[in-house]
Write a protein that binds this ligand. Structure first.
Ligand code: SAH
Length: 216
């Protein structure tokens, strides 16, 4: 797959913009600098690949805004070899950023077409991520417990079953709220039945929905 001088230059500018917007985690900035976002875009929006906005992808979904990816990745405080579960693979861009940070990534998507495409994109880039086609509400207990769980679709309430797939000290980050606006919520499991919640700004995501769609 092709990356080039021009795309690399645009990524440097994007990273500078993210710094200005308050992203300070150097590892996350390095990962965003390393992952060629243009290869995750729908061809119709290719020229906007390094604009700090969300854009449409297949199946009526979106590739997250780089700022949002940076915020969620920073909140997870990923360490090398951390086991991270992502719910909402979409384009696979967020999964690639987590893999670039050295995480062992498990990612679930409910649209079969996106699940197949993201697999193709990431393997082309040499990232080794475990992909699942399914409804992420139940998580992946057989692969847990996880150091981190990241939900990249809007959810009204965080399912208990996901919180219980965290290790002690593990973190879950999710946009919680209705369809118009969600609050980025960080939950840290600090004991068997002890969970600490904190809020980290407002965001807009596509909704987390039930079931799967076999559109390919
Ligand atoms: N992380 C993505 C952003 C994807 S948008 C990226 O970097 O591009 C949110 C994604 O969550 C969509 O692809 C949507 O289909 C998926 N999704 C919504 N509900 C889901 C569920 N219950 N299980 C798994 N994926 C879900």
């Amino acid at each position: 797959m092709i990356d080039d001088f021009e795309a690399r230059g645009k990524r440097k500018k994007l990273v500078a913009e993210l710094r200005k917007k308050g992203i300070t985690d150097e590892e996350v900035l390095r990962a965003i600098d390393a992952v060629p976002r243009h290869l995750f875009m729908d061809p119709a929006f290719l020229i906007h690949a390094y604009v700090d906005k969300a854009f449409p992808i297949s199946s009526g979904q979106t590739i997250s805004q780089p700022y949002t990816v940076a915020v969620q990745s920073s909140l997870l405080k990923v360490k090398k070899r951390d086991k991270i579960l992502e719910i909402g693979t979409g384009s696979g861009y967020q999964a690639a950023v987590l893999a670039e940070l050295g995480a062992k990534v498990y990612t679930i998507e409910r649209f079969r077409e996106l699940y197949l495409k993201a697999q193709h994109t990431l393997s082309g880039l040499g990232y080794s991520v475990d992909f699942f086609y399914g409804d992420g509400h139940a998580g992946k207990p057989q692969y847990g417990p996880f150091d981190g769980i990241i939900i990249t679709a809007a959810i009204k309430e965080i399912p208990e079953t996901l919180l219980h797939q965290l290790k002690t000290g593990g973190k879950l980050v999710a946009p919680v709220g209705g369809s118009d606006l969600q609050v980025m919520t960080l939950v840290v499991r600090d004991g068997e039945d002890s969970f600490k919640y904190s809020d980290h700004g407002s965001f807009v995501f596509v909704p987390m929905l039930k079931g799967t769609v076999n559109d390919n």
